[in-house]
Design a protein. Structure first.
Length: 365
């Protein structure tokens, strides 16, 4: 509960604490999770709906769990026909839930009038902590182009609590540095990396364009190369507020440099896939090789597209490789591949190095 309070910090981007917004519904004291529903559910629901063996896999022991998953919410803001209400409605409750149907009126006031508010507030809308609600704080921050200045007016320049005493860092320590400075990970990425997931819309799945193959490039998950620098595909801003960053409309511009254009490669991004990048077989070195299997991987199709033979033949169909058969690559490329044909990659996950896909052909004398 205390951690959830910390989520409020970013929601203040759209409204100053000094200017109150209306409370939810017409109630003078709207029903909220913190003040009303949490203790109600603890008394009447959590004996069955808690722990690893929670009935129907549904837990009422925390706010987010009580709301249910986004794809199938148990409680939907403003919806009097929400599954939660149907289940404990005295007129419809089954034998199992009839004993707790006395909770219906308060639960309905919370869902319909209070719009699933986490706490009573004279500043925030009820959906400020509800990930399924348009008023969820991340949506509001995104709408203001990730400007945290208004948050700081109430929560302090370091976002550690300020005059309201609620610290952003209780929930977002990895997203905001100790002095309150926003970082790359304030808006996208994770504690391990500023590269998605998550993307600017909160997506985590690689099937979405904002996530795609970012992690595969940065961490080399298929172990066929070292870390591909962000600068190979993007102009990386010197600071969060650098021109062309926050003021640039989505999606981010793809601007190929460095490794992507090595060996004379001329990459093209069409919004779905890359072609002619050095990393995937483009450039003069492999211009005459026709034995490759996949040089235009789809950005959102997963890591199965990167494998030995996808970018060049095994071996490449060039005169220099006549008579060579896999896995005899190490005869000439001992610093790149092992005798059994495994690409040599070393170093920690976020700083792997390899002589494979490094912009040069490493031939052992």
């Amino acid at each position: 509960m205390r951690a959830l309070k910390g989520l409020l910090v970013v929601a203040l981007v759209v409204c100053s604490c000094s200017k109150a917004r209306p409370l939810q519904g017409d109630l003078t004291q709207p029903v909220s999770w913190e003040e009303d529903i949490a203790p109600l559910f603890a008394a009447q629901c959590s004996s069955c709906h808690s722990g690893a063996a929670a009935a129907a896999g549904y837990r009422t022991t925390s706010y987010l769990e009580a709301l249910g998953p986004e794809t199938a919410p148990v409680a939907a803001a403003g919806d009097a026909n929400s599954l939660l209400l149907r289940t404990i409605d005295p007129a419809r409750a089954d034998a199992v839930h009839a004993p707790v149907s006395g909770a219906y009126d308060k639960a309905r006031a919370w869902v319909v009038d209070g719009r699933l508010s986490f706490f009573r507030s004279e500043v925030h809308e009820g959906g400020i902590l509800n990930p399924h609600d348009p008023e969820f704080h991340s949506n509001l921050v995104r709408a203001r182009n990730w400007n945290f200045a208004t948050c700081q007016s109430c929560h302090g320049t370091d976002l550690a609590g300020g005059k309201v005493g609620v610290s952003c860092q209780e929930c977002h320590a990895f997203q905001i540095s100790a002095d309150g400075t926003t970082t790359c990970s304030s808006c996208h990425g994770s504690p391990q990396s500023p590269a998605p997931p998550r993307d600017l819309s909160g997506n985590l799945n690689s099937s979405t364009r904002g996530v795609g193959a970012h992690q595969a490039h940065l961490f080399g998950r298929t172990f066929i190369s070292g870390t591909i620098a962000c600068t190979a595909c993007h102009q990386v801003p010197a600071a969060v507020d650098s021109p062309g960053h926050l003021d640039h409309p989505k999606p981010a511009t793809v601007n190929f440099t460095g490794l992507a254009v090595a060996a004379g490669a001329t990459p093209v991004w069409n919004g779905t896939s890359c072609s002619n990048t050095y990393c995937h077989g483009g450039g003069t070195n492999l211009a005459n090789d026709t034995a490759f299997r996949l040089r235009t991987p789809v950005w959102t199709a997963g890591t199965s597209q990167a494998f030995c033979g996808s970018c060049h033949g095994i071996p490449p169909s060039t005169p220099a490789h006549a008579g060579i058969a896999f896995p005899d690559c190490a005869r000439c490329h001992a610093s790149t591949v092992s005798p059994n044909g495994t690409i040599l990659v070393s170093g920690p996950p976020n700083a792997r190095t390899s002589a494979h896909i490094n912009g040069a052909i490493d031939v052992t004398p």
